[in-house]
Design a protein around this ligand. Structure first.
Ligand code: IPE
Ligand code: IPE
Ligand code: MG
Ligand code: MG
Length: 317
């Protein structure tokens, strides 16, 4: 895989996503088309395709599984945006803002069904696929539940946080890789190692997302930021700050409630001066290293997946 090959995989995924759901009531086809034509990075289906290829399975055969993963992911985003009260995603209005909450709930539900249909209707897919998919889906729900519970707590530990992000984000990357391995028909050992690699990549990815939420801007990210701050989300950075500099960060968060620009500046300054920004960057780096160590120990050619790890390290949006 190189950058050009990556783009051609992304183009293929984008094209196929538009064909996933074309007939049905307009109040469903329109928002689903709207979501699936959005400018997502398509990292999860790319991970499925690369993992399958690494294990000796063709792109044609792994494509339905890859599409299922991306439709599932986008379903979680539609509902997540309701839960986080976010107004922008992929540089456009979120579904519940463009239409209404009812439409967004139903759009999500239908997308989940479509993801399952993609898996059920592909001839020759091993029966092991569906349990991995549905169990992963439940993990995402559990992670989202903890994410919401933590909003109302100020004593969340880093261990609890890691458990939460492994559920809400890690398991989805894990299942993306695992499904690629399953369609390729590799041994359980290889399949589990590739899943564990991807879960760690997901962990690093989420901490990086927490960082970008504070240090990037909405135009670059294409999504509304600062809902983490407003909702009191327990991110890697916030947990460290609440432990090390509770008064200072609480004051900065209070300022942010009234004046987001000034508050954000105070938050960044506090995190920088306390070394928490640097610490989070190092955590991302070491987690990716840990993932790569697992990958290196698996008996498959690892260069394409190493390339994928590198994409995560370089991510800026
Ligand atoms: C967003 O995921 C949700 C998180 C786990 C942080 P992505 O950043 O991969 O979103 P898209 O698919 O590119 O929109
Ligand atoms: C990511 O949620 C995980 C899921 C959607 C399941 P976040 O709320 O952290 O991600 P963004 O910032 O909205 O993309
Ligand atoms: Mg969320
Ligand atoms: Mg969100």
């Amino acid at each position: 895989v190189d950058d050009q090959k990556l783009q051609s995989l992304r183009d293929l995924i984008n094209e196929e996503l538009l064909a996933v759901y074309t007939t049905g009531p307009e109040s469903l086809t329109r928002p689903i088309y709207y979501v699936l034509s959005g400018s997502g990075k398509r990292l999860r289906p790319i991970l499925t395709l690369i993992t399958a290829k690494t294990c000796g399975c063709s792109t044609v055969d792994s494509l339905p599984a890859a599409l299922a993963v991306e439709v599932l992911h986008n379903f979680t985003l539609v509902h997540d945006d309701i839960m986080d009260d976010d107004h922008t995603r992929h540089g456009q209005l979120t579904v519940h803002e463009k239409w209404d909450v009812g439409t967004a709930i139903l759009t999500g539900d239908a997308m989940l069904s479509l993801a399952m249909i993609l898996l059920l209707h592909k001839d020759g897919y091993p029966p092991a696929l569906m349990p991995v998919f549905t169990e992963g889906l439940l993990k995402v729900c559990e992670g989202q539940a903890l994410d919401k519970e933590f909003e109302n707590r100020n004593d969340v530990t880093i261990d609890e946080y890691v458990e939460m992000i492994d559920l809400k984000t890690g398991h989805l990357l894990g299942l993306s890789a695992e499904m690629g391995a399953i369609v390729a028909g590799v041994s359980t050992d290889v399949r589990q190692a590739l899943r564990d690699y991807a879960r760690l990549i997901g962990r690093a990815f989420q901490v990086q997302d927490d960082l970008l939420e504070i240090y990037s801007d909405s135009s670059k990210m294409g999504k509304s930021l600062h809902s983490d701050i407003i909702l009191g989300k327990k991110t890697y950075l916030m947990i460290q700050a609440l432990t090390e500099i509770p008064e200072r960060i609480t004051a900065a968060l209070h300022t942010a409630e009234k004046d987001i620009a000034t508050g954000l500046q105070l938050i960044r300054q506090s995190l920088d001066e306390q070394g928490i920004h640097e610490q989070a960057l190092e955590y991302v780096e070491s987690t990716i290293q840990h993932a790569n160590d697992i990958l290196a120990a698996v008996d498959v050619p690892s260069s394409d997946l190493m390339y994928f790890s590198n994409l995560i390290t370089k991510r800026r949006n």
